[in-house]
Design a protein around this ligand. Sequence first.
Ligand code: 8X3
Length: 264
Amino acid sequence: MTAAAPAASAGPSAASRIAVVTGASSGIGAATARQLAAAGYRVVLTARRKDRIEALAEEIAAAGGRATAYALDVTDRAAVDEFATAFQKIGVLVNNAGGALGADPVASGDPEQWRQMYETNVIGTLNVTQALLPALTASGDGTVVVVSSTAGHGTYEGGAGYVAAKHAEHVLAETLRLEIVGTPVRVIEIAPGMVRTEEFALTRFDGDAEKAAKVYAGVAEPLTAEDVAETITWTVTRPSHVNIDLLVVRPRAQASNTKVHREL
Ligand code: 8X3
């Protein structure tokens, strides 16, 4: 007589077609939610701004997709645990929430901004990944995506606080992959370079539109949120045994973090 197979090795389940996206209220997160929904995933949109994710869920539904909005601050562990209890069937987690604050040199950087960046980018990713890992494993075919940055792979002047947080996110992804090998969960890191979104640079420079615009000055075509969402969707939709460990994606005009071609 053959014993019943445990859930974790029962193979892909319906749960594996449910994707949670953090930071889904704008930019790369929103674009990823739209594209995963178009690829057939039921998407769970999370972000602090409830009105934005509700509007996006409606937009996805109007386009024939399935989406649920859930207001969540990834740095609030109790709220993340409550979220994990409410959504026990999950196959994909896209850790996208995060961002940069300030571009000051180490000599004058604001420790509070460093702390906040560590909280949102690193602890946020840690919180949600820890809370959803049991469900991802139980799905029999789970995927954790960590949206890091090229800032997670090299530094640049004025970037140290953000660069340090993104390096930590890279380490989290790489270490988790080592630790859970043998379970049915992939760990994928996407490291985008210069992406022009409505909020990234504006948030970094505390709403200063002029400083934000300078980031992209003269760059013919920075990446768009849709470009990055396409790479995320491509990695997630590879067959289960294919793990894209790390995908670095930059605009053609950017050869490195510090070498950008500008037509000024
Ligand atoms: C964004 C890339 O160059 O602004 O994650 O650090 S950069």
